[in-house]
Design a protein around this ligand. Structure first.
Ligand code: HEC
Ligand code: HEC
Length: 468
């Protein structure tokens, strides 16, 4: 029943989309109701022509949604930079409130009241992919430009662009910290690790095994939207995508995709690249899949063409099957020496050192451990996570099945508790990047957990999150 209504909603919205965008034909609509995707039916030149003709409208539609939901402007926090010291952290709550309400009004209502009166701020709802029916990997301009300059490889799609403004994405390139060499600090020397420079940058500080793992993590392999066949979204045949094209310098550049774990296509939620910092302490991987090792994750992403959950399509385009005892193990060992950025105010228990923390940060810690209940899932002793998945049950607050740009918002279900170490470095937040700032996450959890924090407590909590 639920499934059927989602499908109807999808079909309806695809048709509505056709009118709004003036689509003569959709070049590659993934069928809304099937598991396997069909082989391409149109010549590449035709697909490209249709996609290019639709691109402006597609981007405009996404921009309208983003502007309706968020204040996307550049408002840096005074003197607070990301760990590389090059990019300011953004300030303030960016999710827009429905007309005539305040955060305190909402916090005073029951979830049912908010749902019935349609008052949940739209920015708290799942964020759609820029083009839901097509989906796939979308890279920010920095990454596209740098990879093009260094490797002459093209990560630019002809059907969509990246949709968030630069001020709301992580610093680029981000610093790289090694667990094996804390004394060196950032080992990237301000450069993006690529297949061309990795040897020079790491020679003498990593082992031969780690070096081979690094090489493989930087080697592009043909994947869904970036391959040699006519079923691609780049103008020229592509040699593919490397792991670190998304996990830039083992962190994230906010490249996004859709979950591999859900069908039909209309329900596949967007997801934002996670950082690989601190992978060594994590026991479950992926927001939904809960893969049990970095090795499993590494092998599987190669097997299924990076996040389409589709080994059939991957095989057709030239899949890479890394050898588990050798290549996969080495790729995992390299990932496992990537550290979080230093947090000089934390002691070995993950608690603030009162000798160096400010009164406001200490007040924030108190909220985090107490009234805010954050530490019940983000446990300080274990890198501010609990190696569990939790269902936040956001659908208590909204009607499921609402359609946003062809995406049908279903309940999120259980999602992995992400670590909060180094969190100021990785906007946007949540598995799909639906929240732009740390202040947004505080408002979100305040409402969802029903903890009723006061204005000052929220401010203190944000200043605490910046120390982690
Ligand atoms: C298209 C961008 C993209 C590419 C390419 C990519 N990743 Fe990821 N990676 C992601 C996203 C998005 C997630 C979050 C997945 C999820 O939530 O299920 C992720 C998650 C991970 C995780 C688990 C992190 C966690 O917190 O649980 C690991 C490990 C990882 N990737 C390694 C790799 C490796 C190894 C490769 C190459 C084989 C790779 N990634 C290629 C975007 C990418
Ligand atoms: C019941 C467990 C639970 C509690 C309590 C909780 N969180 Fe979380 N937190 C999660 C889960 C699960 C996610 C991932 C949700 C998602 O991506 O949809 C998350 C994600 C986050 C993120 C975004 C992480 C990222 O990498 O994008 C921040 C920031 C955060 N929580 C802060 C807080 C704060 C502040 C509190 C207390 C006010 C809190 N959380 C309380 C489970 C919890």
């Amino acid at each position: 029943m639920r499934r059927q209504s989602a499908l109807l909603a999808f079909c309806g919205s695809a048709l509505a989309g056709a009118t709004v965008l003036g689509f003569g034909a959709l070049s590659d609509p993934l069928p809304p109701d099937v598991t396997y995707r069909p082989l391409p039916t149109m010549p590449f030149s035709e697909v490209r022509k249709i996609d290019e003709a639709q691109k402006d409208a597609v981007m405009q539609r996404q921009r309208s949604l983003l502007e309706r939901r968020y204040d996307l402007s550049d408002k840096p926090m005074d003197g607070v930079m990301m760990s590389g010291g090059m990019k300011p952290v953004q300030d303030g709550v960016r999710v827009k409130l429905p007309e005539g309400t305040s955060w305190d009004d909402l916090a005073a209502m029951t979830p049912a009241e908010i749902k019935d009166r349609n008052l949940l701020p739209e920015g708290f709802l799942p964020l759609p992919h820029v083009k839901q029916a097509t989906g796939g990997q979308v890279f920010p301009d920095h990454q596209i430009d740098e990879i093009h300059a260094r490797e002459m490889r093209d990560l630019r799609r002809f059907d969509v662009d990246f949709d968030l403004p630069d001020n709301l994405t992580p610093e680029f390139p981000p610093p790289v910290f090694l667990t094996t060499h804390p004394e060196l600090g950032d080992v990237s020397r301000g450069q993006l690790l690529t297949i061309k420079n990795f040897y020079e940058l790491t020679n003498g500080i990593i082992t031969p095994v780690q070096m081979e793992g690094l090489r493989l993590l930087l080697t592009p392999f043909p994947q869904e939207e970036f391959n040699q066949t006519e079923d691609r979204k780049v103008a020229d045949q592509s040699t593919g995508v490397a792991c670190l094209d998304c996990h830039a310098n083992f962190h994230t550049n906010a490249a996004f995709h859709q979950t591999p774990d859900v069908r039909p296509q209309a329900d596949r939620f967007r997801f934002d690249t996670t950082s690989l910092r601190g992978m060594f302490n994590q026991q479950i991987h992926g927001s939904k899949r809960s893969l049990r090792s970095v090795e499993d994750f590494t092998e599987f992403e190669q097997r299924t063409a990076y996040f389409n959950g589709d080994h059939v399509s991957a095989t057709r385009k030239g899949v890479n099957l890394p050898d588990r005892p050798n290549q996969v193990a080495m790729m995992a060992q390299m990932q496992n020496i990537i550290d979080f950025p230093p947090a000089p105010k934390l002691d070995p228990f993950g608690r603030l050192d009162p000798a160096v923390a400010t009164p406001q940060e200490l007040a924030g810690e108190k909220v985090f451990m107490g009234k805010g209940r954050c530490a019940e899932c983000h446990v300080p002793q274990t890198e501010f996570m609990d190696n569990n998945m939790h269902d936040l049950k956001l659908e208590r607050f909204y009607k499921i099945g609402q359609v946003f740009n062809d995406f049908v918002a279903m309940p999120d279900g259980p999602i992995k508790t992400f670590t909060l170490r180094g969190i100021k470095d990785s906007p946007p937040y949540m598995h799909d990047g639906r929240l732009m700032t740390l202040a947004d996450t505080v408002e979100f959890f305040n409402l969802v957990l029903g903890v009723k924090l006061a204005e000052q407590e929220k401010k203190d909590l944000v200043s605490y999150l910046l120390t982690l």
